[in-house]
Ligand binder design. Structure first.
Ligand code: ADP
Ligand code: MG
Length: 307
């Protein structure tokens, strides 16, 4: 299987309700997600990320378009396409009376996993809930509930795991546990799709990224190419005090940082760092220290979602 997910012309309009007008949340999304990848779906609040994920999960009905999961068309083969995917939702929705163990058993039952093929104890260990296996869900902390949601998404050993804002508002331990598990599952061959607000996290975790804004995919690229899109590098200089700069080539911006250092941003496609440093030295400006900064995903994201 080369493509884990194929989405063509996907549209979703939520119907008007009371005073709220109808809302077109997805406006014709085309997206292919390669199997074996860790794919990041990014976008500002309200962009349509959860709508897309909930359609993949079968929790929201699409208005039109085609969704193929692991080669199965969602409309023609709903059972097979559902079996291929496990979703850890953004919302904490759980039955307060089930223990983690019971909750996993019920979920396995819903997916028709035979008793002999269940891996409840392994899953509890995987997410660090072995000690709480028999506690009531209502007595679990928020972090433990999230761990349980991850385990629930995995009961039927799906080929594709989808995580919707898994680390929003969670503590550092849980975040590390989540990413360690995601990496491990991916190494074992699972395709991972995640949304996150933390762009640094996406930059570190994802091979490929799509940015969605106002219900449309504005870009989809591998992470490295996406980062090289922004034609700007920054030299941060310690000039030992205020300095009057010589005229610099067109396209070069300068800014004095609060710490007194001078930041010079230039387009690496047209200029080299040594040309800028030579110009400064030529004007008699001392350069006591130099650091360089690369653009990060935040810069690209801001540029693409400004509208
Ligand atoms: P994201 O996950 O990127 O923040 P969502 O998919 O949750 O975005 O929402 C996309 C848009 O659809 C938003 O304008 C949101 O208010 C709207 N929306 C989401 N769910 C519903 C719903 N159940 N009914 C009506 N509008 C909704
Ligand atoms: Mg969301």
């Amino acid at each position: 299987m080369s493509d884990a997910i194929q989405i063509t012309g996907l549209r979703k309009t939520y119907a008007a309700q009371g005073n709220a007008p109808a809302k077109e949340a997805l406006k014709g999304v085309d997206l292919t997600i390669r199997s074996g990848s860790i794919f990041g779906l990014l976008g500002p609040n309200g962009a349509g990320k959860s709508t897309l994920i909930n359609i993949l999960a079968g929790l929201v009905n699409k208005t039109s378009g085609q969704v193929t999961i692991w080669g199965f068309d969602q409309d023609r083969n709903p059972r097979q396409s559902r079996a291929a995917i496990g979703v850890m939702p953004q919302e904490l929705n759980m039955d307060p009376f089930f223990s983690p163990r019971a909750s996993l058993e019920v979920q396995a039952g819903l997916y028709g996993v035979p008793k002999a093929e269940r891996w409840t104890d392994e899953l509890l260990a995987l997410v660090g809930l072995t000690d709480q296996a028999n506690a009531y869900a209502r007595n679990l902390s928020g972090g433990m509930k999230r761990r349980l949601l991850l385990a629930k998404a995995l009961v039927h050993r799906p080929q594709i795991l989808v995580l919707d804002e898994p680390t929003a508002g969670v503590d550092i331990n849980l975040r590390e546990m989540l990413w360690a598990n995601v990496r491990k599952l991916n190494e074992q061959g699972m395709t991972i799709i995640l949304t996150t607000h933390y762009l640094e996290e996406a930059e570190q975790m994802c091979d490929e990224i799509a940015i969605i804004n106002h219900g449309e995919v504005v870009i989809r690229q591998n992470t490295r190419d996406l980062l090289s899109r922004t034609d700007g590098k920054t030299l941060v200089l310690d000039t030992g005090g205020p300095a009057t700069l010589p005229p610099l080539p067109e396209g070069v911006r300068q800014e004095r940082r609060p710490d007194g250092r001078l930041a010079i941003t230039y387009p690496p496609s047209r200029l080299r760092a040594d040309q800028i440093l030579d110009a400064l030295r030529g004007a008699g400006i001392p350069i006591l220290d130099v650091a360089t900064e690369q653009p990060d995903l935040e810069d690209v994201f801001v540029e693409l979602t400004r509208a």
